[in-house]
Design a binder for this molecule. Structure first.
Ligand code: FAD
Length: 416
């Protein structure tokens, strides 16, 4: 029995690791189907609160609104956000009512209160998960960073779990530069920074590089945006056909897992910018505050006392007639190069992997229909479930698709 006081019980029916949007979506969908589960689960996250990571990401990049439309959110009722926004319609942005950041946060707070989840997150970092036998029944032992332990009958991992992707030149750099001068995007925080007179090189073609470029320029920097591809615009990061049967039917009908992985890559097609962001960036380009270096990649970067000296693989001139970057002093480099998920690298899975070895395709596990690791009652949601959910697995809508599958198994297999 879990009392919602924030205290750690000795044992529990269901332990959910992570308190991000995926986890919140799972919990509301679970309670909608079976209210009595209320007293049988805990959520564990070092933040001790819901959605900390999400809020930090939006605040650190100064993102004004979501990329996904108002029907995508953690509540089971798709219209709930629109109803919540009835008196705040100016916070729904065109073209498809994209919720403003504050509106979305307030709505999520409302979801948390409506479902009585305020005190359901226990501040805890789960460090290892072991399977053991308790009177003939399989159980999980979750070891927490502070030495405490928790026994659970079932576990859901909603930990996102991506490793930042670093290009090879960045991985092999000698550590002679000040650490704040080369950052992966997840380490960049624009709040309270000033970059007056500085030149920032941002690598990557996705929306994160666009947000970072706008933020850096607003704080006084001149920006070079570099990508191996042409910058291009797309409304959502995957075509809306991936939210329903239009594409998912063919995806689920594809028996070859490598082909499915390939379908996910093609659907996402690397990073893209939205029309609104690309328009703002083009305007800044005309004002001389930003240069696009397209079909171009860094070959070498060397730190010289005060700045970077960067050479790119494509010498000579670039698409727009830019010279090679080598003669330009660069003050900072930010890598908006995304992340990759490989569950072989997840320490939390080491015992489960050893006991129940599973085919892993390019880092992604082949789970059962309910996103359960075959052989035990451990479920995975988020980007790691992409071979089943498709290219939107890590997004808000992916959380809904995953919850529908996981909840079916959780309620079927629970008393009361
Ligand atoms: C800048 C940005 C904007 C985005 N905008 C949108 C959008 O508009 N629409 C959309 O659909 N998607 C968007 N996404 C994609 C996606 O929805 C978010 O990344 C979302 O935060 C993913 O939710 P999550 O719950 O999987 O991960 P997270 O929000 O990262 O939450 C995972 C949680 O797990 C916890 N955790 C990890 N390891 C452990 C452990 N060992 N023990 C305990 N807890 C642990 C972490 O502390 C964290 O709180 C965006 C992503 C980014 C980066």
């Amino acid at each position: 029995m879990v009392d919602g006081s924030g205290a750690l019980p000795v044992s529990v029916d269901l332990a959910i690791v992570g308190a991000g949007p995926q986890s919140l979506t799972l919990v509301t969908h679970l309670l909608q189907k079976k209210r009595s589960m209320e007293s049988r689960f805990v959520v564990l996250d070092p933040a001790g609160n819901w959605l900390r990571q999400w809020q930090e990401q939006f605040a650190a990049y100064g993102i004004p609104h979501l990329r996904s439309p108002a029907v995508h959110h953690p509540d089971p009722n798709p219209h709930a956000l629109r109803a919540f926004a009835a008196s705040r319609s100016q916070e729904l942005f065109p073209p498809y009512d994209l919720p403003g950041t504050q509106l979305f946060e307030d709505f999520c707070q409302d979801v948390i209160e409506r479902w009585n989840l305020q005190r359901r997150v226990i501040p805890a970092l789960v460090q290892h998960i072991e399977l053991f036998d308790q009177k003939g029944r399989q159980r999980f032992r979750l070891g927490l960073a502070d030495g405490r332990e928790l026994t659970a009958r079932r576990v859901v991992l909603a930990i996102a779990g991506g490793d930042p992707h670093l290009p090879p030149w960045a991985r092999s750099l000698p550590l002679t530069y000040p650490p704040d001068r080369l950052r992966h995007s997840h380490q960049v925080d624009l709040r309270g920074s000033r970059f007056t007179g500085e030149r920032v090189l941002i690598v990557g073609s996705g929306l994160t590089s666009g947000h970072l470029a706008l933020g850096a320029i607003a704080q006084g920097a001149e920006v070079i945006l570099m990508a191996r591809r042409q910058f291009y615009e797309k409304l959502f990061d995957a075509d809306p056909g991936w939210l329903g049967p239009k594409y998912l039917k063919g995806f689920h009908g594809e028996p070859d897992w490598e082909n499915r992985w390939q379908m996910i890559q093609s659907a996402r097609n690397g990073g893209s910018l939205t029309h609104a962001i690309l328009t703002q960036l083009r305007r800044l380009e005309r004002q001389g505050k930003l240069s696009f270096y397209e079909q171009c990649e860094v070959q070498t970067a060397a730190w010289h006392e005060k700045g970077w000296n960067v050479t790119c693989a494509q010498r000579g001139t670039h698409g727009d007639g830019h010279d090679c970057i080598a003669h330009l002093p660069i003050d900072r480099i930010w890598l908006a190069t995304g992340g990759t998920i490989n569950v072989n690298h997840w320490p939390l899975l080491s015992d489960v992997r050893d006991r129940y070895p599973l085919p892993i395709i390019k880092g992604l596990p082949i789970l059962d229909h309910h996103l359960r690791w075959p052989g035990c009652e451990l479920f995975i949601m988020g980007g790691a479930a992409a071979l089943h959910i498709g290219p939107v697995a890590r997004n808000l809508f992916g959380a809904k698709l995953a919850s529908d599958r996981i909840v079916q198994a959780l309620i079927k297999d629970s008393p009361g």
